[in-house]
Design a protein around this ligand. Structure first.
Ligand code: FRU
Length: 922
């Protein structure tokens, strides 16, 4: 939504800026043109008037720009100036060429470049131009000739003062003048002078012919300027006869021809319009691609005393109109600027207003959004607060519940101690009794060891609770650490000898007095040592090193046992953490308790372990006693009796009989075999002892070994623990049940975890039964019997009719498949007298033992018995239903001779085949 608004904003801004810019540039309708105006000479009045007209007309075209250059009467300069104009990129050239010939090439070049050229007043000597604007000089000359001839009444002498030689008006006017005078035979042009359009030159030329002036009746100059010069010379030389003076241009204004006619300086002047205005009109027609006249011929007339006033009047009127126009234009321009400024201001105001509205809207929208977000946040906050409070309440409840549970647990632990002690002492009495020892020695040992195990767990739990909850205070006192450690290690010597473990104390110290609580610190050492023993194999090493340094004692308990991974080592001091692979070997409390005890001593415990290489626990105890508070320094000595008790608690477990030490039980041949898979050696031995009375027992203490043993032995039943290192009981069952070699074997799963979920999981794994520890031996035996009996019941079905096995309640599809395959192979080979067990093994893909055991288990007969029974059944069928001879049938059911067939048949059915056939056909 916000994004859309931003986009909209951008659009509004864009449009506003666009309209603002458009507002500023609205006046420019016509494209901008660069017009070059090359003037041959700009200083005289006529040319000034021409420029004024041009500018006046141009003011109506604000887009156009004029580049003006004055050649000051020099043709070369003019050529150069035109070239510069071309470089500047003019769109059109207006030129009044100084002389025709010299300016022709540059005008042609311009024209051929595609730049329009307007020739004004004077001409070049070529036709390569776009348009010409100017009066017809020939006609003017002719008009002058006719007028002068008439004024002289047909006779007299005339001096003609011509313009610049080579300039077109001079040439054409001269030609026209001569033509105009043609009909006046008594009129003669006595002198032709070149005044070059200039007053000074005209005067100097006149002076040269002053001697002839007494015969002259009129002077005709090609322009008014030169005519006025001639008049001055006439005055100067004081000619005593009336000489008429005529000129061309008839410019208005002071110094102009009109004024000179009025003042009688001139007798007459011919109007020669500048054409400035017309040139610009033509220029814009060309530029705007409109129709235009190639030749614009401007009108002319003679102005003399008869019409000069009228002309002046008209001119004044025109002039005042021009001035009006000029004023209006100036006013317009002012208004225009004002309008433009106002438009800009208006645009800015509108833009600002629109922006203000848009931004205001945006701000309002954002405000609303913010309010909504704030409201949502507030609601979330309240929700989070409520949840937090609920969590706090819940965790407080949970804490209280845990606390209550732990208290209950601790109390119960206390309660356990008395009955355990009450079990222990009579038990130890019983163990002294030699008679009992021989009968139940091993069982008594089991009981003894496990009573201590329970005691140890209970003691650890109680101590841990004391430290953790009751903030147990330490009773530190100076003790001989070396003696203390030696005492503890002595308790393990017996186990060390039995396991051939190199248990050694390595130290330079003899007597090392250290402040510690002997009744607490012993638990640390017992824990570390019993741990080391649990994880160190026979012939291993357990070394305890004690070193004294400046202000601390460093003790290390190091073994070369199985070690831990980094991850296991990182968690080893957390309570109830157990290293995965040794799940059965610790309670998960001992090391955590040791850490707490070391902290009470202001000391430190750390572990360094490497999988497969061993473990080292290092302890640090401070020397001196400054680190203990006064109330921590309460005198206490090692309670030897307690130490002994503790030692028994920690070492009794290690003293159990080793598998290899056990006497081999008398070999008794049993009909059925059982495989026990259990990682707890005590339980394994116990179960093995119990079951070997009734069954042949195989054992394995990992899931993987169990699986191998199952394939190899193909037992009649398998008992397996569920939680085991490596392959779990559940996984083991799944593997067994999905393998044709073992799929028929009933499996009982045992576990200490009694949750319903676990039991369901166990059953899902296709186990046939699930027993929860602790179980009673009788219950286990009953379960085993039951499962084996069920197998026997099934066999009846398998044997009765193999072909209908699909209707049987066989849940195990693999077993069904096996029976089908097996029966199929036998049926196919009934006629084959060389058919052997090996043939079946090969086609099913099992070993002889596996096949034998599987057939025995499922069909309760030997393979050969089964084949024989199928042969005889088929023979019986053939005897009844088909017309084969006895000897034919003999071979059809795979017997080598009819005699042998007959003997076997009789043994089974109590009559010979021929007797049987006779009886059934009778
Ligand atoms: C001005 C002028 C005019 C004359 C014209 C001819 O320079 O001399 O007096 O009529 O040029 O080109």
């Amino acid at each position: 939504m916000k994004l859309q608004l931003l986009r909209f904003m951008k659009l509004v801004l864009f449009l506003l800026i666009g309209s603002l810019l458009q507002g500023c540039s609205q006046k420019k309708q016509e494209p901008e043109y660069l017009i070059g105006f090359s003037q041959c000479i700009g200083s005289d009045l006529w040319r000034k008037t021409m420029l004024e007209e041009i500018n006046m007309e141009l003011s109506l075209h604000p887009g156009a720009k004029l580049i003006y250059a004055d050649a000051n009467g020099d043709s070369k300069t003019q050529v150069a100036q035109v070239k510069r104009m071309l470089e500047q990129g003019i769109n059109l050239l207006i030129i009044s060429p100084n002389e025709a010939q010299p300016l022709t090439p540059v005008v042609e070049e311009t024209y051929h470049k595609g730049i329009p050229v307007i020739i004004i007043d004077r001409k070049t000597s070529s036709n390569a131009y776009t348009a010409y604007v100017g009066a017809d000089n020939y006609q003017i000359g002719k008009m002058a000739g006719q007028y002068v001839g008439a004024a002289l009444e047909g006779k007299g002498n005339i001096i003609e003062i011509m313009g610049l030689p080579g300039s077109s008006p001079a040439i054409e006017r001269q030609r026209g003048f001569t033509e105009g005078l043609k009909k006046f035979n008594n009129i003669k042009i006595s002198h032709q002078l070149y005044g070059d359009w200039l007053k000074s030159k005209a005067k100097s030329q006149m002076l040269k012919v002053q001697s002839s002036l007494s015969t002259v009746d009129a002077i005709f100059a090609h322009n008014d300027v030169m005519a006025s010069g001639a008049k001055q010379v006439l005055k100067q030389v004081k000619v005593n006869r009336p000489i008429k003076v005529f000129g061309i241009d008839a410019l208005p204004g002071s110094g102009g021809g009109l004024q000179m006619v009025t003042d009688k300086v001139l007798d007459a002047s011919l109007l020669y319009p500048t054409g400035g205005k017309e040139a610009i009109v033509t220029a814009f027609k060309i530029l705007n691609k409109e129709a235009f006249n190639k030749e614009t011929s401007l009108p002319s007339l003679v102005i003399d005393s008869s019409n000069v006033q009228l002309m002046k009047l008209q001119w004044n009127k025109i002039s005042s109109q021009y001035k009006d126009i000029e004023r209006q234009q100036a006013l317009l321009e002012e208004q225009d600027t004002l309008f433009n400024n106002q438009q800009v201001v208006l645009n800015i105001t509108v833009t600002t207003l629109v922006l203000a509205v848009v931004f205001g809207g945006l701000a309002f929208y954002s405000l609303q959004e913010n309010r909504k977000i704030n409201k949502r946040l507030e609601a979330k906050n309240v929700e989070i607060l409520n949840q937090r409070n609920q969590l706090i309440e819940l965790s407080a409840k949970a804490e209280r519940a845990t606390e209550a549970k732990l208290n209950f647990f601790t109390n119960i632990s206390h309660e356990f101690r008395t009955p355990l002690t009450l079990i222990l002492s009579p038990l130890e009495d019983l163990m002294q009794n030699e008679k009992l020892k021989s009968i139940a020695g091993r069982n008594l040992n089991h009981i003894h060891k496990n009573v201590f195990r329970l005691l140890r767990l209970i003691n650890q739990l109680i101590t841990y609770r004391k430290i953790e909850i009751e903030k147990m205070t330490i009773h530190a006192a100076p003790n001989n650490l070396i003696e203390f450690i030696k005492d503890i290690m002595d308790s393990f010597q017996h186990s060390a000898r039995k396991l051939n473990i190199d248990l050694r104390l390595i130290t330079k110290e003899q007597n090392l007095m250290v402040w510690f609580d002997a009744n607490l610190l012993d638990k640390v050492f017992f824990n570390l040592l019993s741990n080391a023993f649990k994880f160190t194999t026979t012939n291993g090493i357990i070394h305890v090193t004690v070193k004294k340094e400046q202000d601390a004692i460093y003790i290390e308990v190091k073994d070369n046992g199985m070690g831990m991974t980094d991850d296991e080592a990182a968690h080893v001091f957390e309570h109830f953490y157990q290293v995965d692979t040794n799940a059965t070997k610790g309670s998960g409390l001992g090391l955590s308790l040791s850490k707490e005890i070391m902290l009470l001593h202001h000391g430190h415990i750390a572990v360094n372990s490497k999988k497969g290489h061993g473990t080292a626990f290092s302890l640090k105890l401070l020397t001196g006693n400054e680190h203990f508070d006064a109330d921590e320094k309460t005198y206490s000595t090692t309670d030897k009796k307690e130490l002994y008790e503790t030692a028994k608690i920690y070492t009794s477990e290690l003293d159990g009989p080793l598998e290899k030490d056990r006497l081999p039980s008398p070999i008794k041949l049993q009909e059925k075999s059982i495989l026990i898979v259990e990682d707890n050696l005590d339980l394994l031995n116990y179960l093995s002892d119990k079951l070997s009375e009734h069954y042949e027992v195989f054992t394995a203490n990992t899931g993987t070994d169990g699986l191998d043993a199952a394939y190899e032995q193909v037992p009649d039943l398998i008992i397996s623990d569920v939680v085991m290192p490596g392959l779990s009981g559940k996984e083991l069952t799944e593997k067994l049940k999905s393998d044709i070699r073992t799929s028929h074997i009933p499996v009982i799963l045992l576990t200490a975890r009694g949750s319903m979920e676990q039991q369901i999981q166990g059953l899902e794994s296709m186990a046939d039964a699930y027993l929860v520890k602790p179980f009673q031996a009788d219950h286990l035996l009953a379960s085993i019997n039951n499962l084996l009996k069920n197998r026997v019941l099934l066999k009846a079905h398998y044997i009765s009719d193999v072909s209908s096995s699909s209707k049987l309640p066989i849940s195990k599809t693999l077993d069904k498949k096996f029976i089908n395959d097996f029966a199929g192979i036998v049926e196919e080979n009934l006629a084959n007298e060389n058919f052997s067990v090996d043939d079946i093994c090969k086609s099913i893909g099992v070993s002889r033992v596996q096949l034998y055991r599987k057939v025995k288990a499922l069909l309760d007969c030997s393979i050969t018995d089964y084949i024989l029974s199928r042969r005889l059944k088929k023979a019986r069928y053939l005897l009844i239903n088909e017309n084969y001879t006895i000897s034919e049938i003999t071979y059809m059911v795979g017997f080598s001779t009819p005699n042998y067939f007959s003997t076997v048949f009789k043994a089974k059915f109590d009559c010979t085949p021929s007797e049987f056939k006779k009886n059934h056909h009778a």
